[in-house]
Design a binder for this molecule. Structure first.
Ligand code: SAM
Length: 245
């Protein structure tokens, strides 16, 4: 599978990590779902420029490996690692054809699964996560919310992005994210719709138990702030977790 989009938007995507929903919802959700990761080994699938790879390491993980299909994203990750060493390791690879990297306590995937355009692709991502987990290990992450209704797609502008897509999405339909960074620049990329049933089937077929959508969760200090109402009432993104028995 080819994915050259992120080679062209690597810098803009990195900059978009400054948007407030990233910290107060996206990051908070990942770490709430992950729980205590002290001394755990973590494989971060679709790590991009390593934003969460580094955060997982600084949250106490003993070893973190990041994998991404985009060479440009991995260039940025390695540049950051050279500037501020964290001992994170990075690899360019398609998750669908990832080499065997051993067994980890936790596998994370922040916005990987929503790149699958077919059930087969989704299954290949889930199988890659499964084969890299120790028994009892967990697969966690944040994804496009497959239950987010298109009528809400335009309501997220104040958070720095809007979404666009077919009113009645069918399997494989694109969902476009148009992101406006705080410096005013905009860029966009596509995710792909697969139904909740397809997700449930792919996780089960890969061997996972206890697959569930979780959250998203808002950082407690932000909960009295009405600013987040539109985001939290109709969440555009959502967390997930599953376990290898
Ligand atoms: C929205 S970005 C998220 C990056 C990072 N996880 C984060 O949250 O900052 C999605 C990433 O998925 C990567 N990606 C898409 N398809 C992939 C695949 N088949 N294998 C590995 N990485 C993939 C892209 O290159 C991109 O870096």
């Amino acid at each position: 599978m080819e994915n050259i989009v992120y080679d062209q938007i690597a810098e803009e995507y990195k900059e978009s990590k400054q948007l407030s929903f990233r910290k107060y919802v996206e990051e908070y959700t990942l770490f709430k779902i992950s729980g205590d990761i002290s001394n755990q080994s973590v494989l971060d699938l679709a790590c991009g420029e390593g934003h969460y790879t580094r955060k997982l390491k600084s949250a106490g993980a003993q070893k973190v490996v990041g994998v991404d299909i985009s060479p440009e994203m991995i260039v940025l990750a390695n540049k950051e690692e050279a500037k501020h060493p964290t001992a994170c390791k990075y690899l360019v690879s398609d998750v669908a054809t990832i080499p065997d990297l051993g067994a980890f306590d936790l596998v994370s995937a922040m916005y990987l699964l929503n790149y699958a355009q077919t059930k087969e692709q989704l299954l290949s991502f889930c199988k890659a996560a499964y084969k890299h987990l120790k028994e009892g290990g967990r697969f966690v992450g944040v994804n496009d919310n497959v239950q987010n209704k298109p009528e809400h797609y335009q309501t997220y502008a104040k958070y720095g992005f809007v979404k666009a897509g077919n009113a009645q999405a069918i399997e494989g339909d694109p969902i476009t994210y148009i992101i406006q960074n705080s410096d005013g620049t905009t860029f966009q990329f596509d995710n792909y719709y697969l139904s909740p049933q397809t997700y449930a089937e792919a996780f089960a077929e890969a061997g996972f138990v206890n697959f569930q959508w979780e959250g998203p969760f808002l950082e407690p200090a932000q909960r009295c702030n009405d600013y987040w109402n539109a985001f939290m009432q109709h969440p555009p993104i959502i967390g997930f977790s599953a376990q290898k028995q």
